[in-house]
Write a protein of this length. Sequence first.
Length: 218
Amino acid sequence: MPIPVLPPIGSDLRQWGRLITQYLRSNLSKLGFKTDDDNPSENGVILWEETSGYPVVSKNGEFVQIILEDGHANFIRSSTLTYPSGSSPIAILFDDPLSSKGISKDATNPTRIVFDQAGEYLVMFSAQISSSSSSTVNFYFWAAINGVDVASTTMKNTLHQNGATLVVSRSAKFDVNAGDYLEAMTAVDSTSGRLEAFTQAFAPNTPAATLAITRVHG
């Protein structure tokens, strides 16, 4: 960043004072641009890194990115999801996001949720499971990134009676690279199970599933 040039001192000190005041008002709130010459040896120096598009702060001998969220999305599935067969995994297709920034559905494969920015993301999932059988129905949910199942993410839930309904949920954090995609996977051991969406006159509609994503770390 170029060295700031202060207004020159002239013969009219009052005019110079006004120029100094105007200069400080317009420049004190701006971050300096980080260059290769900047040294992070002193903690607490905040600069703007143009190449990444983020502010950085010196900490313990290095410049660390200050996270600007730059990534959030809220998805719901407003219609009931039925399973075509038992024990066959499928990806949940959500509606277009209610709100989003830096996260979107893939136009070609809309079950894929694509991340524009690399980072650590908090993912909060819920589903309303329902059964039309008096027999036991087991439901399974897990995450897949770039088409690969993520280890230790499966959530199993069980219903035992006809007409039973239960909301299940889980939160988890995932590290992704720019361009990676997430899918919410599910399966049942009986097609009597489904993810149920309800409509009622006295309360807002009940979605079959929800997915909220927030970027929490770079």
